[in-house]
Structures are given as C-alpha cells and as structure tokens.
Design a protein around this ligand. Structure first.
Ligand code: AVI
Length: 336
C-alpha cells in the first residue's frame, strides 16, 4: 500500500530571516505484516524438525520497544560500544563515507543511531527502512521535528530477502548504514549474499556497518540472558506476535528462554524451550512439542575483524576501513 505524498517543507526567504516550515516525512509501506506469505513461512517453520521462527518476527511494536530496552541493559554492550566508536571516530568515518549523501538506514528502529551521525555526515536525505512500520513512523516523525531541513523518507520493508528500495529513496550516491551487528543475525553465507545486495543498492556509494566481535563467552552469554529478564521477554514476545499473525494458540508461560554461545560456530543461539509437552494449533495446522523440545529463534554470529573483512571483499567491496574500541569488542567498517 502506498500512502499519499506528505506535505513538503518550504523554505521561505524574507529580507531578514529564513523560516523553515516543519514537514512530515514521506512514508512508503511495502510490507504487510500479516500477509499470506508470512503465515506460510511461520507454519512451515513450526512444522520443521527442529522448529524455527525467523528473527524478523521479533519486531512487532512491543518487540521493538523490548529491543530498545535491551540496548540499555548493562550486559548488552554492542549498542553502547558501537555508539562510542561512531562518536570517537566521527571525523575519519565521515571522511571515508563521504558527506552530503543520501543516508539509507537499514533496520532504523528508533532512528537514534542515524540521528547521531547527522552532524558529521550531513546527509542531504535520510531514508529510514524497517519492518516495524508503526514504530518507524513515530520515530521518524520525531526525528523530522528535530531536523526540519533534512528531507526524510520512511520505508516499511522486509529487506531480509531483497533490498529493492522504492524510487522515493531518490537517486545520487548513497551511504547504506547497517548498524548494531544485525548482519550477525544472518548465517555467514546469507550475510555475504546480503552484502552483495547492499552493494548493488548503492552504486557509486558505500556501506557503513557495525559488527560484533568474538570475545569471552561469559560476556557474550550474559548479553543474551540478562539478569532482569528483558531478553527472555523479547524472545517470548515473539510467540505473541506469531499468535497474532498465524492465529496460533501459544501460551507464553509454557516456554523458557534459552541462550548460549556456540564457540565452534562462533554464534549465540537463542531458543524457546517447552516446559512440558504441549500441542500448538493454528488454522490448518498443529504441532506437538515434547517437554524440553526447542524452537530456534535467533543466531547472532560474532566475527573476527579479518573474517568480516574477507566477507566484505567476497561480496565485491574492494576498499574497506575498520575502527574498533579499545577492548576489541566491536568493529565499524566503511566499505566501497
Ligand atoms: C538486532 N540484533 C543485532 C540483536 C543481536 O544482538 O543479535 C538482536 C538481539 N537478540 C537478543 N538480544 C538482542
């Protein structure tokens, strides 16, 4: 569904002053949460052995808020470590990425990370893309009020399989911004395919991407199983979203949050584990789970700098630069 073009901002010049009239961001919705495709994908994931639910279904409106809360937890270091790198290296990163381009924010969420880059990157246009359409709409409207001079476009899109930006994203060189190590939620093979699509979506432009690095497994484990239980709530809320989309009857209390670091695969695994035997039903299907049986909900791969650099080069990026924090916990790359 395409929404009508919103009122554009006008810059009125009078002899002694310039007045910027506030504008509403243009919003393009190319994603329907409760589509037949989504229901088919969910039903086949639940029927599979082992069962799985794709992590993109975490992000309904409540899931997006729970994720925001995760980023503030003492145990969840990625967001603040990445923000510290972006702040400390703002000048060199902007020099590498280029100023005055269209900044395309993939998985924009609350748009805060990109907003903090505006001073250094001075984007001419900001395109915020996210699957969580209503959450994005509100966040973008707030950001537009704070930056009335920047043209802003919101795109409701599931870009996990294809990265087809609408024409409203504009032309001219783009910096694609993919922060937070969301790339880690793909397998390395899927990540490389995604990086290839990102390169194709920014001809003559570049990619600014955050990547979580391998570290002590106690630090990693705590980040995905926090003492407050927010990550557990985020994981279980997935079932509430599936109930809405698939009209299934998951009882959230039947499921326990499980998260651990698999060193050999270099990834955090998240699962939901049945507390006792339970049958889940939805229109046209059902699945019995034995006590202790798990539904896989997320992988979060952790990289070494050289391995991620190789992934970028394998995706066709010939030029890469990387910055890390003092502890070597997180890396920010610019790749062209
Ligand atoms: C969005 N993504 C990068 C997060 C991560 O760390 O893999 C999602 C998350 N899952 C649990 N906590 C955070």
């Amino acid at each position: 569904m395409r929404l009508p073009r919103a009122r554009a901002a006008t810059l009125t010049l009078e002899p002694s002053r310039a007045v910027i009239t506030p504008r509403t961001p243009l919003f393009v919705t190319l994603h329907e949460a409760a589509s037949a495709d989504a229901r088919a994908e969910l039903a086949s994931g639940l029927a599979a052995q082992p069962a799985s639910i794709a992590p993109k279904y975490f992000y309904d409106a409540l899931g997006s808020r729970l994720f925001d809360a995760i980023t503030e937890l003492p145990e969840y270091y990625p967001t603040r470590t990445e923000a510290a790198i972006l702040a400390a290296q703002a000048g060199p990163i902007a020099a590498e990425a280029g100023r005055g381009r269209t900044l395309v924010d993939l998985g924009a969420g609350n748009c805060e990370k990109a907003g903090r880059l505006f001073a250094s990157l001075q984007p001419r246009r900001y395109v915020a893309v996210d699957i969580s359409v209503e959450f994005l709409r509100n966040a973008l409207a707030c950001l537009q009020r704070a930056h009335p001079a920047i043209e802003m476009v919101g795109v409701g899109l599931d870009f996990s399989a294809a990265l087809d930006l609408p024409r409203e994203a504009g032309d001219g060189p783009r910096t694609l911004f993919y922060p937070g190590s969301s790339i880690g939620n793909f397998s390395p093979a899927q990540a490389q395919a995604f990086l290839r699509r990102a390169r194709a979506a920014s001809p003559g432009g570049n990619l600014l991407i955050g990547v979580d690095l391998v570290k002590d497994k106690r630090v990693l484990g705590a980040a995905y199983d926090d003492a407050l239980g927010d990550t557990a709530a985020f994981n279980r809320n997935l079932l509430a979203n599936v109930n809405r989309l698939l009209r299934s009857d998951f009882a959230l209390g039947d499921w326990t949050h499980v998260a651990f670091f698999d060193e050999a695969a270099s990834r955090i695994e998240m699962h939901l584990q049945a507390r006792s035997a339970v049958t889940v039903r939805w229109p046209g299907g059902e699945r019995r789970f034995e006590a202790g049986e798990r539904i896989h909900t997320e992988h979060s791969y952790k990289y070494r700098v050289e391995a991620f650099d190789a992934l970028l080069r394998g995706a066709g990026y010939a030029h890469t630069r990387c910055w890390t924090d003092e502890r070597g916990w997180f890396a920010v790359f610019v790749a062209a």
